[in-house]
Design a protein around this ligand. Structure first.
Ligand code: ADP
Ligand code: MG
Length: 292
């Protein structure tokens, strides 16, 4: 490709809200076979809501929600915001934890008044030695609905299964259809529960799913998708996505995402609309075709 044609292509892209931080990305994008997308904040709005809280028999709904929400006032995770908002909507009184510890990819623990409270994924409960089998059927049911199940333990006892649901962006289904129409495979990489990831993927017609990825594991997931020498583009927004954005053949960051993600990417989409990915690829194909 000539420097002039690349300038024209990247200029046209900018008009469509797609910023090429690296000119070569315009050429590499043409050869991409798989578009891998982060789930939370990329395919979805990244603003989950609390949908379910089923307390264990010795516990009360509001008692559990107040303790869990008190812990979550100290967390910046979108799940935390959903839980705190739900407690506030019920006018529950929240306390400030006296200790707090976050385990990225697992969950959070805190001391709230007289109680030790732990909230997080099933792997977090397992790590802490709490048996979640009593809630396994309920969690599977929630996952099949595309909701993300998590658990709360109070004073070492499993106290509730909780679920949050993160709505899919309105523009996502159309973007995925357009990627398929360009002959591309679409994959999803997420830290969320496998059953939830599978349900969301099924709804959207996503071809390949890698779920329950730990923070730092997205690069490994990317390597797996690259099997057979396929070129892979990765689209993400979070701090956890930065290494995969740098490692992918082309990394595309959502402009409304974190600064680290944007700095690690080759391409920045000015809005959260994934149709920007489609525009970038279509433009890449058109530009390279014109100059050959
Ligand atoms: P993702 O947000 O893509 O699910 P994370 O690595 O941030 O990935 O978190 C993985 C899982 O750990 C979450 O799905 C959730 O089950 C649990 N988790 C993390 N942080 C919290 C938190 N503040 N409260 C409850 N659960 C949490
Ligand atoms: Mg994300």
């Amino acid at each position: 490709a000539t420097p002039t044609s690349i300038m024209v292509g990247t200029g046209r892209a900018a008009e469509l809200g797609v910023l090429f931080r690296k000119g070569e990305a315009l050429q590499t994008l043409r050869d991409v076979r798989v578009v891998a997308l982060d789930k939370t904040g990329t395919l979805t709005k990244g603003r989950p809501e609390l949908t379910d809280l089923e307390p264990a028999s010795e516990f009360e709904y509001d008692e559990v929600l107040a303790l869990v929400a008190s812990v979550e006032t100290r967390s910046e995770h979108p799940i935390a915001e959903a839980i705190v908002a739900a407690a506030k909507a019920r006018n529950l009184i929240l306390a400030s934890p006296t200790t707090f510890e976050a385990t990225p990819g697992y969950g959070v623990s805190a001391r709230v008044g007289e109680h030790d409270v732990e909230v997080g994924a099933d792997r977090f409960m397992t790590k802490l030695g709490h048996d979640v089998s009593a809630f396994a059927a309920k969690a599977a049911e929630l996952g099949a609905l595309g909701r993300s199940p998590l658990y709360a333990a109070i004073d070492g006892k499993l106290a509730a299964v909780i679920a949050v649901a993160d709505p899919i962006k309105d523009t996502t289904p159309e973007a995925i259809r357009a990627l398929h129409n360009l002959g591309l495979k679409v994959a999803m990489i997420t830290g969320d529960n496998q059953a939830t990831a599978d349900a969301v993927a099924r709804t959207l017609g996503i071809d390949e799913v890698v779920g329950e990825v730990l923070p730092g594991g997205k690069v490994d997931a990317l390597h797996r998708l690259r099997a057979g020498g396929r070129k892979v583009a990765f689209v993400g927004d979070g701090i956890n996505d930065a290494p995969a954005l740098a490692e992918a053949d082309v990394g595309l960051a959502i402009g409304t995402g974190t600064d680290v993600a944007i700095e690690s990417a080759d391409v920045v989409l000015m809005s959260g609309d994934l149709r920007g990915v489609v525009n970038a690829i279509a433009l890449s194909k058109a530009t390279i075709r014109n100059i050959q």
